[in-house]
Structure formats: C-alpha cells, structure tokens
Write a new protein. Structure first.
Lengths: 670, 82
C-alpha cells in the first residue's frame, strides 16, 4: 500500500524532479517506509511506499527485464503468486518477490487486456518507454484512488488530489456542479471530484495517455440480470449458501497474503464478525481485532462487540470516541477525505486506524461491502415497504412497517407524531415507475440543503430534476427489467460505494495513518456471485442479508446474526457545539468567512449556527445536522485546499531513490 | 387570527427556512414541499405549546392539524376556543 504520483509531458522537456518530490511529500502518510522516483524525457513517476510484501526488495518504481516498462503501484494483487508462476513459465525473469512486478510482466504479455486476470484492489501507473504511452489502471469497485488533471499534452496524476496541487500550474477551485450533487446525493457522481478540472479514473476502468491524447475504457461492469420475485426451484438455498461460504473463505484466504501480520476490524455487526471468524477458524488462531465505541450510547455497539470478541477469542483493542474527539479531528479528517461530507462518520474511523497503527499493524480485514452486495441497508427495505404501501395507499397497516426500519426516528417523543412521520414517507409514493424510486426520498430531502447555497452558487447549478435525469441517463439499457431490489442496490453501489464508503470512510481514513484495509466481500468473485443470487435470498421479506445470515449461522454467535441492524452513525452537532467550544468552527462559520468563500448564504448560515448553539445542538433535525456538517466541511475544504494550500510546510522525504536518469539508481540525499 | 398566523409563519420561516420565505404560501404543505423533515415536527409542536399555552395530544399530531400555516392556524383556533 502506498501513494503514487506522476507527470507526463509530451509538449516539452520539463524539470520534474522537484515537483515529484513535493507530490510525494504531500502523500507520505500513505507510504512512510521508502520513496523512489523514475524520470525519463517525457515521464516522471513517484512512489511513497508502505512495505507489506517483499519488505527488503520491493522498493518502487519497478521495471521489466530491459527497463522499458516502469510502474508505480498502490494496492494489492491478491492472486499474484499464481500469476507469477504462469509468467515465469512463459519465460519472464523477476528480480523481486513483489506483486508489483507481476503487473509489469503481465502488461508485456497482454497489454491493457491484463485487467481481467487480476484479483485485487489497486491503482497504478505504468509507463511504456517504447510506445511512449502511460497506462493508468484502477480496480473493479474502486477501492484504491486515482486522480488526474489533464491539459494539452500534459497529464498529472496522484493517489490524492493534494499531490496534484503540489504543481502550482494546476488550478485550485471547487466545482459548483459537484457541490450541488453532494448536497443532493451525498457524494460526487462518477468521475467527478469537488475540484474543478480534476477527475478520477472510475472503478473498473483504465486510461491510456499517449501523444494521441487521453482515453478511458471500461473493463468491468456491475450488472444484475432480469430476475423475478419467485423462489427459484432449480437450485436449493443450501447450494447457494455453500457456494458463498466457499467463495468467502477463499476471498479471506488470499487477503491474508502479506509479509506483515494482518489484523481485523470488528464492529460487532454480522459482516466483520463473519470475516473475522473465517480467519480465526481457518487461517490464523492468533487474530488481533480492533473496534471503535462511543461514549454516547445511541451510537455505541460495545455489548455486541463483546459478544463477538468472547466467542471468537481474539485479542481485542478498542478506542472510545467522544464528541470532542470527533470535533477536534474534523479538520484533519477533511484534509484526508478531500471532499465535503454530510456526516461525521469518517472521524471515528480516523481514530480507529490510528489505534491499529499504534499497535504496529499495517493491514486489517474489514466487513465493508456486504451491505451493498447482500442488501443490508434500510434504504432497500424502505423501497420494498413503500412499493407495498403504494399498492394500497389508504392502508393503515402498511406504513406501520416503516417504524421497524427507523426505530431511532420513531423513537421517544418523536414517536407521538407517527401520522406525521408517515406523511414524510408518503411523498412521491406513487412514482413506482421511476428508475430511482428507491433513492427519491433521500435525494429530495437532501436537496433542500441547497437552499443554503449563495445566490451565485444557486445560479451555477442545475435543478434537482436535472440531477435525476443526469443520473438516470447513465443507467444500463436493461435496468428497468431488473428486480426493484437489484435496481436499488445498483444505484447505491454506483453512487456511494467507491465515492463515499471506500474513500471517505475507507481508504482515506485508513491511509491517513498508513493502514491498509482489505475487503473480502469486495472480491469480484463474491460481488459477481451476489448479483446472481435470487433477490429473495438477498432480502427475504424484510430480512436483510438473508443468505449471508444463513452462511454465518453456526460459525458466529446467534445474537450477532439475529440482532436488529444498527446503521453505523456517529454523533453530529454536539461535536461542534458542545459545552467545550471548538475554535475553528467559530472562525469558519462566521459571517465574514462565509462571505469570503462565497458558497453559502451568510444570513441563513448564521441562523443555522444560532439554532446549533441552542441546547448544544440537540434540537437539530436530521436534515439540519447534515446541513451543518456539509457547510462546515465545505468551509474546511476551501480553507485547506483553496485559500491556504498547503496549510503546513511540505515534508519531502529525506532519502529518495532516483531511477531512469542514466538508468542506475541514484540517491537524492537531503 | 391574523396575528396568530403571522406568528406561525415567522416561526416557520426563521426555524425551518432560515429566513427565506420564497415559495411559502399559507396552504403550502410542509411535508410535500419538504419544509419540515421527518424529525423536525417536534420542534413545531414544542413552539405551539409554549407560545400559545396549549397542550397537544398524541392523537392530534396528524398532518390535517399541522401540515400548513392554514392548518395550524385553524387547529389553534379550535384549541383555544374550546
């Protein structure tokens, strides 16, 4: 795991070394163990290394036999031993024991067709000296990041946007359309980023950059097929379950390949308990596990974590997170997410990866992805209940099912207002033919946050309907023939998995502390299997992750399987407006700061801030909480990336290996 | 009653619309137009109870009583004259 960066310039010779060192300096948190750069007349590649495989011999960039192909690589190819064996049989000579080197030779064999052979989580840049062309590749579901800026024959790329900004010629500005999208559907859409003219290689894509220009190609796509609601007779549930168990065991097995110990996150939920159990029982009896807990009991899952730890008998460490910890870390969190967020949920994960690192672990398995592929989220049940209700809109009983989904919304005093809450979920009830019926309510509700935008920003962004149309136009041609559950899952995965979950809560929070997450549920064999599982085995009635629960039974405690699903949430307004004031909040939300950045209406924001200050923010509604976090994180992004970049002096690595110049490794001492 | 209506409107504008009354008519549905979200209703009820010294019963917490400025005004009129 590592950070990569680079520059390709076909226009003229450019002295790249200084810029490359600064780029790596800005993402050294991803790879503090070693650094190296490769320089040729058109190309510069840079690498910050976190050593996990071939600790002594794996420094990058890495090259092929005749040094005509060079690569910088972030991530893991889990099936590299098998690929290597095959490549050796074909006559390729290796000089390291790394998975990185496999890519170089696989490219020699297959060119850009190489991706189908890879099982992994990766982002890499490969320079072909003979062809004078760059290949950028990203894994199927977008676990590892890859950003770029392209302008007239020159391309700059990196694992994080901050690396790109080391080049002062790259414009630094926030993109209005993407801000508007985030304040509608919670994330940037597709290849966009919050920064104007900066894009990312989408999941399942590669890009080629040569003198002919820049082109992206898709090599993998998520696809569900047309399936009916009926119970399939041709294959019994037991067979599906056995196949799943077999696949997940293998997915976990190859994710333990590392020359350093591998730990695991253990949240106390089904997914991470199941993957930890697989590892503990089959592969590593000394598994170490890590969790985050909350001082606020509404968010805390400690009792279930204890059940899981006691049953699995792992050596466990926990970090307890208070509101103050979230509030204080939030600027650092946004420095790493590089995107406005509407939730504070990334912050506790930042503290969790720090705990992992303090315990001298670099690699953890996590349960991420199961809720997407096996339909664990409430939004899938909400879609089902609303469709059921829409068939008989006057029913008194049907909407009552919603209470089971959102006990924390219907709880306590709010529960008195049941009829009113039902009214909220009744909105757009009859629009069941909308391709995005599952997400309509959430988007409509969130889009109200755009009311906080300044007049200028409102003028530059389209309407909510334009957002819907734009998203719908990207859906597969046969989308409406899919089962409604498959449609909802596709929408969730397509929008949210890579651009929020795996980045803001995944890669960026773990790599902030040089920790690599590995995701057995996102092995593409498991993902493709899940799309073939009949819908009734993914969600059975309103029982989420049905087949996964079947698979887990007997392996993990029944209490963990049968517990009500608790969405991972973290405290919000009290983190910023609690009894101990957080200094930057006051500064960034002041009238003058809001006016200066220009994204929001300063009068509305000051009214919101006043409301936050009353009763330590406890009277805010869900939507107002989102508005507050969204506005604050946008202001932090503007402050750190637009107005004052970089906020701290860049710490360039002391000891950079230089390749390419004269073809021998040199050292740049500092 | 105009005074009551004004008070309600001011509260909605200040607390849920943060000062902007664009598009808020007396019959605008708070739910349909998303002016109040699923967790915001309690705030409105607390305001009514404190401001008008009334007590709102659980069974009165229905959209027919609370979903627009006119609905709330009429509801209050009934409550106060009783």
């Amino acid at each position: 795991m590592c950070g990569i960066a680079g520059i390709i310039n076909y226009n003229h010779a450019e002295d790249m070394q200084g810029t490359l060192c600064r780029m790596i300096g800005l993402i050294r948190h991803r790879g503090p163990d070693a650094s190296g750069i490769f320089i040729s007349p058109n190309a510069g590649l840079a690498h910050a290394r976190l050593s996990i495989i071939d600790l002594s011999g794996g420094d990058q960039p890495i090259h092929n036999e005749d040094r005509s192909v060079w690569i910088v690589f972030n991530g893991e190819i889990f099936n590299y031993p098998e690929l290597r064996e095959d490549l050796v049989a074909r006559g390729h000579r290796f000089y390291t024991q790394t998975d990185t080197e496999v890519l170089v030779h696989l490219y020699e064999e297959h060119g850009s067709e190489m991706f189908n052979d890879l099982n992994g989580q990766f982002a890499f840049a490969l320079w072909d000296q003979k062809k004078e062309a760059l290949l950028l590749g990203r894994d199927r579901v977008g676990i590892r990041p890859l950003f770029y800026y392209q302008n007239n024959g020159r391309l700059v790329f990196g694992s994080e946007v901050k690396a790109l900004f080391a080049d002062p010629t790259i414009p630094r500005k926030l993109d209005s359309q993407t801000l508007s999208d985030i304040f509608t559907c919670w994330t940037p859409v597709g290849s966009s980023t919050p920064f104007g003219d900066i894009y990312q290689v989408p999941p399942g894509h590669y890009a080629r950059f040569s003198k002919k220009g820049f082109r992206t190609h898709r090599y993998w796509k998520l696809s569900f097929n047309s399936q009916s609601d009926e119970y399939p007779s041709e294959r019994p549930l037991l067979e599906w379950t056995e196949e799943l168990n077999h696949l997940l065991r293998d997915a976990a097995r190859i994710r333990l390949r590392a020359d350093v110990p591998v730990g695991a996150y253990l949240s106390g939920g089904l997914d991470s308990t199941y993957t930890s159990a697989l590892v503990k029982r089959n592969f590593n009896n000394l598994l170490r596990t890590f969790s985050v807990s909350f001082t606020d009991s509404r968010f805390d899952e400690t009792p279930f974590q204890e059940i899981a730890v006691n049953a699995l008998e792992t050596e466990h460490r926990d970090i307890r997170c208070a509101e103050k910890d979230i509030g204080e870390a939030f600027p650092q969190v946004i420095w790493h997410t590089e995107v406005p967020v509407l939730r504070t949920a990334p912050a506790p994960l930042y503290h969790l990866s720090k705990l992992v690192r303090e315990n001298n672990f670099k690699v953890v398995l996590t349960g991420e992805g199961a809720d997407e592929i096996f339909a664990g989220y409430n939004i899938f049940k909400e879609d089902r209940v609303r469709r059921f209700w829409a068939r008989n809109p006057d029913s008194r009983m049907r909407p009552m099912l919603l209470e089971r989904l959102y006990p924390y919304v219907f709880a306590q005093q709010n529960g008195k207002a049941k009829a009113f809450l039902e009214g909220f979920f009744r909105k757009s009830l009859s629009e069941t033919n909308s391709p995005v019926y599952s997400h309509l309510l959430r988007w409509q509700n969130t889009a109200h946050l755009r009311g906080f935008f300044s007049d200028d920003l409102q003028k530059e962004t389209g309407t909510q309907e334009e957002f819907f149309d734009r998203f719908v136009s990207t859906l597969p041609a046969d989308f409406m023939s899919w089962h409604p559950l498959s449609r909802a899952q596709f929408t969730e995965i397509n929008l949210f998995l890579s651009n929020y979950l795996l980045s803001s809560q995944g890669d960026r929070m773990a790599m902030a502390n040089a920790v690599e997450g590995r995701y057995p549920f996102l092995d593409h064999r498991v993902v493709e299997f899940a799309t073939r599982v009949p819908p009734c085995y993914r969600m059975n009635g309103l029982k989420e992750k049905f087949i996964l629960k079947q698979a887990a039974r007997g392996l993990i405690p029944a209490e963990v399987i049968d517990r009500p699903k608790q969405p991972y949430r973290a405290p919000i307004s009290k983190c910023f407006f609690g009894n101990q004031p957080v200094d930057y909040v006051e500064d960034l939300l002041s009238e003058s700061a809001i006016k200066r950045s220009g994204y929001f209406d300063n009068k509305k924001v000051s009214r919101l801030v006043m409301k936050c200050r009353k009763k330590e923010g406890q009277i805010l509604s869900e939507r107002e909480n989102m508005a507050m976090v969204g506005i604050l994180s946008t202001q932090l992004l503007d402050h750190q990336f637009i107005q004052n970049f970089p906020t701290h002096p860049i710490q360039e690595p002391d000891d950079v290996k230089i390749f390419g110049k004269g073809q021998e490794a040199g050292k740049l001492g500092r | 009653m105009n005074e009551t209506k004004e008070k309600i409107k001011t509260f909605i504008v200040e607390n849920f619309l943060f000062g902007s009354e664009d598009g808020l008519g007396d019959d605008t549905s708070f739910l349909e137009d998303g002016i109040i979200d699923s967790t915001g209703i309690l705030e409105l009820v607390t305001f009514l109870e404190e401001e008008f010294s009334i007590s709102v019963e659980d069974e009165e917490l229905v959209p027919e009583n609370l979903d627009s400025i006119n609905n709330v005004t009429a509801f209050l009129e009934r409550k106060i004259t009783v």
